[in-house]
Design a protein around this ligand. Structure first.
Ligand code: PGA
Length: 261
């Protein structure tokens, strides 16, 4: 897949977190499918909570919108109370899985080692892992941002065979802007994405990074700022929380991303 600026198909992922109860998730999915039907030149995925996976899988069936999950476990089957297998996600037709979202790292104690195992398992089951990395406000203030991001990338990817890594997404999400309504400036995201790309070159073959790995931005993305982000050379799409909870705003983000690509 050519991912240079000219042929960029933006990737837009909705992270619905723990925000929707039944039947709101499939209703929202259907509204988005309808409203976004005319916007074909984007890759769009919806990540509902596990309990809504089945109903959203049903809603997106036959549409161009993909199903994603917010997490998955690193084993296929066994005595792992409360966890969800990648096999089950595949059975529902999931294509993407978020891994290492900052909320999981912060509230659920998800470590770099756990993220690594999840990435490995996702790839083995042909799920596209969306590896979420990002720095806290304190880390940024202390000038640690790049060190933190590079460490998170190494934790997630070191030791994985490059040929397993086609179709991998890295989502850069500065933790301190998530849900704040105030994204970072697009030029800062671009600079950070370049740092991420450079770090990926140290881990993986350069051609693989250039051709196969997409880097998307997340953190208070909205219909107004989407174009600024997607216009940046190394921003391949957006990961959207709050603004993905309304069909109108999420569809406007898709339209804007396509226009800016
Ligand atoms: P936000 O969430 O768009 O509400 O900032 C993004 C995310 O956490 O993925």
């Amino acid at each position: 897949m050519g991912l240079n600026k000219m042929s960029k198909i933006p990737l837009i992922i909705a992270n619905w977190k723990m925000q929707l109860a039944p039947p709101d998730a499939p209703i929202l999915a259907r509204k988005i499918i309808k409203a976004a039907a005319k916007y074909q030149a984007a890759e769009v995925a919806l990540c509902p909570a596990f309990t809504e996976i089945a109903s959203v899988a049903e809603a997106v069936r036959g549409s161009r919108i993909a199903l994603g999950a917010q997490d998955c476990f690193w084993e296929e089957k066994g005595a792992f109370t409360g966890e969800v297998s990648p096999l089950v996600l595949r059975a529902y037709g999931a294509r993407y899985v978020l891994v290492g979202h900052s909320e999981r790292r912060e509230y659920l104690g998800e470590t770099g080692d756990m993220v690594h195992k999840k990435v490995r398992t996702a790839l083995a089951h042909e799920l596209i892992p969306v590896i979420c990395i990002g720095e806290s406000f304190a880390e940024r203030q202390e000038g640690q941002k790049e060190i933190v991001l590079i460490r998170q990338l190494h934790e997630a990817l070191d030791g994985l065979a490059p040929n397993r890594l086609d179709k991998l997404v890295v989502a850069y999400e500065p933790i301190w802007v998530i849900g704040s309504g105030q994204a970072v400036a697009a030029v800062e995201a671009e600079h950070t994405h370049q740092v991420i790309k450079q770090a990926l070159y140290d881990i993986l073959p350069r051609a693989e990074v250039d051709e196969q790995i997409r880097i998307i931005y997340g953190g208070s993305v909205d219909p107004e700022n989407t174009a600024d982000f997607v216009r940046q050379p190394t921003v391949d799409g957006v990961l959207v929380g709050t603004a993905s909870l309304e069909a109108v705003s999420f569809t406007a983000i898709i339209a804007s991303a396509i226009k800016a690509s």
